[in-house]
Design a protein around this ligand. Structure first.
Ligand SMILES: *Cc1c(COP(=O)(O)O)cnc(C)c1O
Length: 258
């Protein structure tokens, strides 16, 4: 947690930007349709500050407790972090931190306090608790529904076409403090990113079906693609790619499992 900012961050970001540009060009998409999220889990605040100086405005963290400490530090430096459209000042530009990991129900209040958005919503129970938490804070909390594709063993995420997914979608309109924005997924790891392409396509097709079935809901956002496969995800329609290692370098070994 206390390592110095990694050398090469500027070069890493330039390489990632090049790859995003290339994938957009190959698939006839505009660069403005795809947002880069720098996944800063396990990396300390100095690395985050360096990324902000290099123009990164969206970050992903997967643990409430870990981010709580960084949040306090960043707030102490003058950054305004809570709302999704956090107000910018000249000294501290607006940056957003999304929770991209599983949220335990006893941490919903804290999560609603410190994160700009929750991208791993995966049950009606959690949605209801988050709605209550956001209401207490008098804020709107953007959320993505995490869809489980291709692995039975994974504990998080909702299977597509499941009663649990329909139940959540049916109930979200009654939760005024939650603002649904779309879907996210973490497909099974495959060394060859082409092996992951069918899952990315499946998420996009699921989104298209759900958007037709629930015209009142906003399902525009597709958060998919990580360091080794984000180019394929963009070709399949990702609007947000979550890139950790390719931006910040390898995570400390003890934290690999995070
Ligand atoms: C860690 C993490 C990422 C980033 O992974 P990299 O392979 O380092 O890019 C993306 N999404 C989620 C949900 C993660 O937990």
């Amino acid at each position: 947690m206390n390592e110095a900012p990694r050398p090469g961050l500027a070069e890493n970001l330039a390489r990632v930007e090049d790859a995003i540009d290339g994938a957009c060009r190959r698939s006839g998409r505009s660069r403005s349709e795809v947002e880069l999220m720098a996944v800063s889990k396990t990396h300390a605040v100095p690395a985050i500050l360096e990324a902000i100086r290099l123009g990164v405005t969206l970050f992903g963290e997967n643990r409430v407790q870990e981010f709580q400490a960084k949040h306090a530090e960043l707030r102490g430096l003058g950054y305004s972090l809570q709302g999704d459209g956090a107000a910018a000042t000249e000294a501290a530009p607006a940056v957003r931190f999304h929770l991209i990991g599983h949220l335990q129900s006893n941490k919903t209040q804290r999560a609603a306090e410190i994160f700009s958005a929750v991208d791993a919503l995966d049950s009606l129970r959690l949605a209801s608790r988050l709605n209550d938490a956001a209401q207490r804070l008098q804020r709107r909390l953007p959320v993505l529904i995490e869809i489980k594709l291709g692995h039975e063993d994974l504990k998080t995420g909702i299977p597509p076409e499941s009663p649990a997914l329909r139940e959540l979608l049916d109930n979200l309109p009654e939760m005024p403090a939650l603002e649904l924005r779309g879907l996210m997924t973490v497909p099974p790891y495959a060394k060859n990113p082409e092996a992951t392409r069918p899952y990315f396509r499946e998420l996009r097709l699921l989104r298209d079906r759900l958007a037709a079935a629930y015209p009142r809901l906003n399902l525009g956002e597709l958060s998919m693609g990580m360091s080794h496969d984000f180019a394929v995800a963009i070709e399949e329609g990702a609007t947000q790619v979550r890139v950790g290692t390719a931006v910040f370098g390898a995570r400390p070994p003890a934290a690999k499992a995070l």
